[in-house]
Ligand binder design. Sequence first.
Ligand SMILES: C[S@@+](CC[C@H](N)C(=O)[O-])C[C@H]1O[C@@H](n2cnc3c(N)ncnc32)[C@H](O)[C@@H]1O
Length: 439
Amino acid sequence: MRKRKQAGRQSNARRQAVAVLISVLDQGRSLASAKTAVQTLPEQRERSFAMELANGVLRWRFKLDAVLAQLLNKPLRKKDHDLHYLLMIALYELMELATPDYAVVNEAVAETKQLGKPWAAGLVNGVLRAFIRDRETLLSVDEEVARFSHPQWLLDCLKQDWPDDWQRIVAANNQRPPMWLRVNSEKISRDAYAAMLEQQGIQYTLHPHAVSALLLASPMPVQDLPGFDNGLVSVQDAGAQLAAQLLSPHSGDRVLDLCAAPGGKTCHLLELEPAIEMVAVELEAERMHMLEQNLERLGLSARLITADASNAKSWWDGTAFDRILVDAPCSASGVIRRHPDIKSLRMLSDLDALAQIQQQILQQAWLMLKSGGELLYVTCSVLRQENEHQVEQLLLSNSDASECPINEDWGTPCQFGRQLLPGEEQADGFFYAKLAKAG
Ligand SMILES: C[S@@+](CC[C@H](N)C(=O)[O-])C[C@H]1O[C@@H](n2cnc3c(N)ncnc32)[C@H](O)[C@@H]1O
């Protein structure tokens, strides 16, 4: 009876994972917005399993496509993409998860009925059994797109920008992301919070450079974290946490956070130095709402402006800022392990448009910076076009701008700024550059 109930739950999870994959791969929606469907599953275990399947398929999508192409006589029709994704899910389970082979096949075959396509039971059964029989040969594909499970354009960019590191970057992108916490230093020290985790038998390690960061040995639902609802802790990657530390505002500073939602860095800045006047700007109202909720949970406050950072005259009152954070919209090529949908949704043609908006936002930010003030430019990208080239352009076009070198023990110095590559100290990939305005 218990076994049957569990099988039912997993079957719901598989069906939701198929729906998520249709949303992302056929309709071009982001995984973050597509996954809201999964939230309707009643149990946390089902929700986690559905997301494990959707993330896993998106992570290995290019390899799974290559394997499936060898197993199907011809591609499935568009109206049968649900079956294509059902097969990908089953192949992912066979490749990466501990589900026994017979259970994967049985579940996938049963699922064809739930999808209203019982005619496909034989096809699904045949494809999966053929994979199990000849797994090693089918997986030893030559093409690098399949081998590294990345689109060719991205592999080409990574090879060009990081000729000695691209394979390491790609390997990190294909890992499951770890769960990092940011301890709210306004409420509790990292050591005191670590002691609370120990009391509950939750294992962790500390980041050597990000002063508020703590890595959980295994991810867990936030509701199970001690003090989460009371704002003792937030979920934020260690690489993202280095930004507030680098900007390091002083008491009384007027600080502008452009491109602020969902507010990880806004809140971290306020936790590190509560006596600042914080103004946070975000283009999208829905995302601004997330920032509002985060501030509320953490007991922090900021002036929130829903507006376009690339057009300051529409909202800026003319009073300059001591510190500005520009956490620009970007390709997100440094956080692929956390957002594997990027591999499928991002295109090479997006890069020029992103570079243009990044430069517009940077130039507007520069106008709003006080003489003697400092600006931190951050992206979660590893591509030089979005990073050091942006900084170079700003320096060339503003004679009052100079670079403050970031001399730290982590990351890689670039011509301008510093790059943390994905996977270093188990953090995401981020770029940081600090600029000072002549006083
Ligand atoms: C990298 S995310 C910011 C993450 C945020 N700083 C944090 O730490 O939680 C970039 C944000 O910029 C916003 N954005 C994009 N274009 C913008 C614009 N022209 N003006 C203001 N915000 C913009 C996006 O909606 C997105 O929320």
